[in-house]
Ligand binder design. Structure first.
Ligand SMILES: *Cc1c(COP(=O)(O)O)cnc(C)c1O
Length: 444
């Protein structure tokens, strides 16, 4: 049997690598072929039943990854606040909430989703983002969330005003900008002073002084988030070390700092083989907790991608094979509107045929995998070597669980895909496919 490595996104021909690994996305033998399954369910069956393009998630994988986080941080007081923006499907939020997870939201919409999902533990919700509106702050105050991560003096004043109007105390942390460079795509790097995020540590101190003078604000913590898809843990350690120094300064100033929120950003190995996940999270935990030793704070963590990324795939059908002067294309029925990461960040996603020949001498070819949208940026892979597949075949675009469906749009009046959640043998449609009529009905 061929098994998928936990963090690599690649398929490994060795069933012995992670014998205790949860099912996730795994190839199972089927006659002369191997068929990619999600947990115990063949993707061929899901595609036939629900059509393509189709997002498929493994509940088991989400559980396991959250559990790995909990285990890695078990020795320090902490709350994992899953970053809702990575994948905000109500059923996935419910699944995480049932496991005791908290949440990080960046909009009033995400907050409302959580409340609609029946999440009553507002004390486990933190609110981040550089442009929270007064309406959004008011909704969050009414819900009684744990913490507001404030990003500017103006926002602090607006929050104080909303809190005073409701006569409810807002717990605040200032999101500081540690001026730490992280090796990631420029669009998802946030921890340098040139970025719009956070307040430079040097000027954050006066903000804390202002906050502590306001009746309905309560200084509660310091937060930081340096970016996303960061696979080297050193920048996290560096940022948290700066935060730790700052916490000491604030305490000298007489502030009570109960929480340190270290944000999210832990990357996944889309392409290169990586460490086994538990080991990887453990090294991240060491990087984050070592600088905080002795500070006696409650740690808040906001992982998004690292929890749900590898737990989802986008299944698509090959519509046409096409050759232009020797360059080969596979035109598939998914497009940039369904999964924009390759177009937006030039991101790499592993792509595998859902049905694979076990014959190692089977033909391979170099192709571009492209969608039907009228943009040259509408591609999933360029010059990728894949086993030869025919028209009508299914492909799985791996590691699509994070920043996939949440970034989907209706560009070209394309309905967004359906989403299904698989738990071992059971399958649940967690979002039905949109109907074309719904896409223009608000215009009639
Ligand atoms: C996006 C974001 C996260 C989650 O980042 P991941 O890379 O998905 O872990 C966490 N915190 C904040 C403030 C964010 O903006």
């Amino acid at each position: 049997m061929t098994r998928r490595s936990e963090v690599t996104g690649a398929l490994r021909v060795n069933s012995e690598i992670y014998p205790e690994r949860p099912p996730g996305f795994v190839l199972h033998e089927h006659g002369a072929d191997s068929v990619l399954h999600c947990d115990d369910v063949p993707l061929t069956k899901l595609a036939e039943r629900y059509g393509t393009p189709l997002y498929v998630y493994s509940a088991t994988t989400i559980h396991e990854r959250l559990a790995a986080f909990e285990k890695a941080f078990r020795n320090v007081p902490h709350t994992i606040c899953y970053s809702v923006k990575a994948n905000s499907n109500v059923s996935i939020l419910r699944l995480l909430a049932r496991q005791g997870c908290g949440f990080d939201v960046v909009s009033g919409g995400e907050l409302e989703r959580l409340l609609a999902a029946g999440h009553r533990r507002a004390r486990k919700i933190v609110f981040s983002g550089v442009g929270k509106s007064r309406d959004e702050m008011t909704a969050a105050l009414k819900a009684g969330i744990l913490l507001f991560n404030v990003e500017s003096e103006s926002e602090l004043l607006a929050l104080a005003e909303c809190a005073a109007r409701l006569r409810k105390v807002a717990r605040v942390a200032v999101r500081v900008n540690p001026d730490v460079a992280a090796d990631t795509h420029p669009y998802i790097s946030t921890g340098l002073h040139k970025h719009k995020f956070g307040v430079p540590i040097g000027s954050a101190r006066t903000l804390y002084a202002k906050a502590s003078g306001m009746q309905y604000l309560k200084v509660a913590g310091v937060s930081v988030h340096i970016g996303s898809q960061i696979t080297d843990v050193a920048p996290f350690a560096e940022a948290v070390a700066r935060v730790a120094d700052f916490v000491r300064e604030l305490r000298v100033d007489g502030h009570k700092v109960d929480y340190v929120d270290t944000g999210g950003g832990l990357g996944i190995a889309y392409q290169k083989p990586g460490l086994e996940f538990a080991e990887y999270v453990a090294s991240y935990a060491r990087a984050v907790t070592n600088p905080l030793r002795g500070l006696n704070v409650h740690l808040l963590l906001e992982p998004g991608r690292s929890i749900v990324g590898p737990a989802g795939v986008l299944v698509t059908s090959v519509l046409y094979r096409k050759e232009n002067d020797g360059k080969r294309f596979l035109v598939v029925d998914a497009a940039m509107n369904d999964l924009i990461r390759p177009a937006l960040y030039n991101a790499y996603h592993e792509i595998v045929p859902v049905v694979q020949s076990k014959d190692l001498s089977a033909k391979r070819e170099t192709v571009d995998v492209v969608g039907p949208v009228c943009e040259s940026g509408d591609f999933f892979a360029r010059d990728r070597e894949l086993p030869r597949v025919e028209e009508g075949a299914l492909l799985a675009i791996l590691d699509a669980g994070a920043y996939g469906m949440v970034l989907a749009s209706n560009y070209n009046t394309r309905p967004r895909p359906a989403e299904v959640l698989v738990t071992r043998k059971s399958v649940k449609v967690i979002r039905r496919r949109e109907k074309i009529r719904e896409l223009y009905s608000a215009e009639l």
